[in-house]
Structures are given as C-alpha cells and as structure tokens.
Design a binder for this molecule. Structure first.
Ligand code: G3P
Ligand code: MG
Length: 359
C-alpha cells in the first residue's frame, strides 16, 4: 500500500510530468530486472511502441558509453531505450571537454572507461591499466594477480610503442578521472597517489601541484546482485583520500559528480524536456501543444536515501522523490534523515501510483 508523506499536488495535465529511474536497486540487481521493472516501463509506451511518457534513467553507475548502455537496457527490459534516455554518473564529464580535450588524462574504473572518455571527445586518454604498464614494478604485488598479469605482460615487452601518441615520460598528466567503480583498489590507489603527488609528472617525483581528480559519483554503498549493500565509489574515494593525506603534505583536492548534486537533477530536467519534445513529434501532436515543455512534477524513483532522495529533495521544485524497498533502503516506514514524498515496495507500484494520480 502507498504511504503519503506530503500533500498531493493538484492534478496537472497529462503531459506535464516525467520520470527519472535509478537503475541499481530499482530497475536491476546486477543484470536481473527487479520490482516488475519491465512491466512498469512498458506502461510508458503507446500501442504503437512510441514513447508516451517522458522518462530517463538517472544512475550513478557507468563504465560503458551511453549508447551501449541503452542497447543493454533495451535487451534486458524489453523496451526501446534511446541513448539520450541514459544519464550515467560520468555523463557530465563531457562538460570538462573544453578544458582537457587535448591534454593527457588518466582514467580508471570497471568496463571501458577510456572508451567512454574518447567518445565524449577527449583526445589523449590513457586508462590507468595502460599508464601503469609503462612502469615496471609500479604495482609490487602484480605477479600475484593472475587476472591482470596477462594484459600487463603484453604491454611490458615494448610499452613505449604501444601508445605512440602519448609519451608519459614527457607529457604531464593534466587530470585523472574515476569513471566507474575501480576494479583493483590497491593498484589504483597506489598509481593515483603516484600521479597526484608528482603533479602529473613521473611517479618517482613527489612534488608538484596536484592535477584535478574527478569522481563520477560518491556513493558509499549501492545495491548490486549480492543481497547486502556493496561498497561503492564513495568508499574508494574515502580510502584514497585517507591514504593520500597521510603520505602527502597537502590534502587531496577532488570533485564528485553524480547524484545527489543538484546540477544532475537540473540537467535531467533539461534532458527530459528534450525527450518530451520528441514524444510530441512521434505522437503527431501539434506545435501549440508543445508550447510548454515545462513539467509540473518530475518523479525520481530511487532506492538510496542519501543519494536519490536527498538529491531530488535538494533540487526542489518540480522534483517528487519516491523511495522503493528493492535496494539499499529496506525500512518499514519512511527514511528518517532523507524522507521521500512516497515510499513503495517496488518500481511497479511507483509507476502505478504515478499513472493513476496523473490520470
Ligand atoms: O555503481 C553503481 C552505483 O553506484 C549506483 O547506481 O543506478 O543506483 O544510481 P544507481
Ligand atoms: Mg540505486
């Protein structure tokens, strides 16, 4: 049953609302759909398969380009998801293109972080794997890692020829990006400390101005396939920051993107407006009706109170946060510190509530 925690707004017209779905813990657990997500999403399309209700995915996850994530989601959920409907933690890294387009940057995380950044237009991208391969013994325990030695050995033989466009021995690293959850925390902490305290120079030099460090998100924990929460990028950030601050004279400087930052919700609103415009086009609605692309209500359906609910609440009007019990949050009542406007068991229940309220 639904539990209401704020007054219902007056009933707006059909097209004046949109929905942002969190992915991990709301739509999927690992790669498995949860909470009736395929059925819920299907209700947002018309009989002809055209999108009827503007919606997007607003996730702090990532590691693959938005276009690829869109096809993966389409396949898993059985509806046609467009790349424009996928906003990942690292999507706003695009806004840093002007500053670093032609500079050497080092990026890390699961999936293909270098591909993600290259697709955004960054021209000199090295994955942390590639960067590390230039330096023999940079990771003193690498020989115990059967899962990385293969790649490391390939690069070791003649590493300078492998990435001829960049020369890490003469080019300074101008910025570092944690694009998705790091796979090898120990190696990544070591090599990031090397780059950051050498001022983007060689790992053997421990001086220089720290280059900028960007995180795609700052989730302490998130809901993956395992039944209990797993440590996220925010946990990695705490580990890196604590260690860096112990070995370096000045404190780590960094910036985290992703939810709960208000600019993420502002951007989602803009993207939803564009999606709404294309819905109107597809459904053959005249221009007059497109006159107002504003929303009376934007629903954020999330599972993580300090991330999804805090973010939507902070973003203010027209955001209406809905909390599900399929992920990080499992409480009976509302969350005490970051209360949602509505708490439901599943995303299917959330969509049912929205559609009946919006009529
Ligand atoms: O790594 C993914 C995780 O941090 C959060 O994903 O979809 O719950 O925002 P999501
Ligand atoms: Mg989540």
């Amino acid at each position: 049953s639904w539990r209401f925690f704020s007054q219902l707004r007056s009933s707006p017209d059909r097209s004046s609302f949109g929905i942002a779905f969190d992915i991990d813990g709301v739509i999927l657990r690992g790669r498995v759909p949860i909470g009736g997500s395929p059925q819920a999403l299907r209700r947002l399309y018309g009989d002809s398969g055209n999108l009827k209700i503007p919606f997007l995915f607003l996730t702090n996850g990532g590691g693959i380009p938005e276009s690829r994530r869109a096809s993966e989601l389409s396949e898993l959920l059985g509806v046609k998801i467009l790349p424009s409907q996928v906003v990942q933690g690292h999507t706003p890294f695009k806004s840093l293109l002007k500053r670093f387009e032609n500079e050497l940057i080092v990026v890390t995380g699961k999936g293909e972080p270098a591909l993600v950044m290259s697709e955004y237009g960054f021209k000199k991208v090295l994955s942390l794997d590639e960067y590390a391969a230039y330096f023999d013994n940079i990771d003193p325990v690498s020989q115990y890692k059967t899962w990385t030695t293969k790649q490391a050995f390939n690069h070791h033989s003649n590493s300078k020829d492998l990435f001829p466009r960049y020369n890490v021995f003469s080019d300074r690293v101008k910025a570092t990006f944690v694009v998705s959850d790091p796979v090898d925390w120990g190696r990544d902490i070591q090599v990031l400390c090397d780059i950051l305290r050498s001022g983007g120079g060689l790992p053997m030099q421990n001086n220089g101005q720290q280059p900028p460090l960007y995180f795609a998100a700052d989730d302490l924990e998130y809901q993956a396939a395992f039944p209990a929460e797993r440590l996220g990028m925010g946990a990695f950030r705490i580990a890196l920051e604590n260690i860096f601050n112990r070995i370096h004279h000045s404190a780590l400087v960094y910036k985290s993107f992703g939810k709960p930052n208000s600019f993420v919700f502002k951007n989602a609103e803009t993207v939803l407006r564009q999606i709404k415009a294309s819905c109107h086009d597809d459904n053959g609605v005249g221009n007059e009706e497109m006159a107002s692309l504003d929303f009376k209500t934007l629903y954020m359906i999330g599972d993580n109170p300090p991330v999804d609910i805090k973010g939507a609440r902070q973003a203010g009007d027209p955001w209406f946060p809905i909390l599900t019990r399929t992920g990080v949050f499992r409480g009976k009542e509302n969350h005490a510190e970051f209360p949602a406007d509505l708490v439901v068991d599943t995303v299917e229940e959330a969509v049912e509530y929205i559609l009946s309220k919006e009529g």
